[in-house]
Design a protein around this ligand. Sequence first.
Ligand SMILES: [Zn+2]
Length: 428
Amino acid sequence: MNAHKFIPIIFMLLFETSYAAEEIDYAQYFTPNMLRIDLHHGAIQGKEFFAIDGISAGGRFAGSKKHLLGGLNLGQYQVRVFDAETNIMIFSRGYSSIFQEWFGLPGSKTVNRVFEETFLIPCPRAKIILTLCGRDGSNQFQPIFTAPVDPGDALIFKEHAIGDIETTDILISGAVEDKLDIAILAEGYTKNEQHKFKKDAQRVMKAFFEHEPFSRYKSQFNFRSVCAISLQSGTDLPEQGIFKATAMDAQFYSLRISRYLTVPRVKKIFGYAARVPFDYIIVLVNSARYGGAGFYNLYCTVAADNANWQDILQHEFGHLFAGLADEYEAASLNIYSAEVEPWETNITTNAVPEQLKWRHLVADSVPLPTPDSLEYDHTIAGMWEGAGYASAGIWRPAFTCRMRENSANGFCPVCRETIERIIRWYSR
Ligand SMILES: [Zn+2]
């Protein structure tokens, strides 16, 4: 593990200043509909690149029409949309994908490959410049890819959902532009298992609201389900040589990690999700094996029948919704530099108590660093060493948290605060 060093960094002040960003008049720049951008994100000989795979016109844009810029400065990558005539930035949104984890593996520098990524933007009325930014060595966004997009281009695919796929309104609290819309997609459920999926989706929605802070904001969420039908039941277990013909081709053993349940064919996810208006996608995988995954503003998965499915759901949704970092230690993963402050709100490399980015949540009676003790449960904020896969050099805000372990009784105060800020930011 690298020795811990401090370098002067403007610690996460952008988190606050992003609130002050100038608001954009939605109707001036956008139609009520959305554009879907499918990307290939990969690397050749260790050099990262993006390429557009396809652009399609979709249904109504389900996101906030009030807050179009930036949000909370989260995500490993950021999509930026500029009005081509005036060069004014009219939309931006952060996201993360499995690419960054793969790109951190030693073998990625000699193997050329791509990953699918998809994001949705409100459909512009005029030509735009699309820019994709990644984090540089000090975690500031820098442009990697730029392309002009003409919404009037005849080659923009006009998407039509084909086939008879049932959708269900599980919980409707209000209009799509005012609420956070969650789509639960069936993966690995056969035609004869659709009743099971509907019951599973119901229990996911109920479990979602059994914990803070979501329980307090139930009226801000809509839940819908999409009954995608798979030819075979279950999911791929590549390390056992088991491959199932399923709707989205989800698989365990992603990046050769047994529990890592992902959907490499991201376009398939968004194809099914397009049946309903959505902001966030939960892929519910018909499996009892332990596993899941979550990527900020992209999608999350959870194995529906595992004994720990509720814990997995909360943890992975924390990644998807709030870009929360893993607070656990794992020697095999080495993603964060001890010399750079992570963009995630719930881990830090700066252990100077006065500069702690969650200092406002720490009571004066709590010592910093905070000793390991059951005296401090997940409801008390402090500063403990060991987080972001590292046992030293990275600190976490609570002795335990759902982002650290399944046995935690919920999210820590910092994770709860981040989730609440996003709920308040994107809903009204
Ligand atoms: Zn936490």
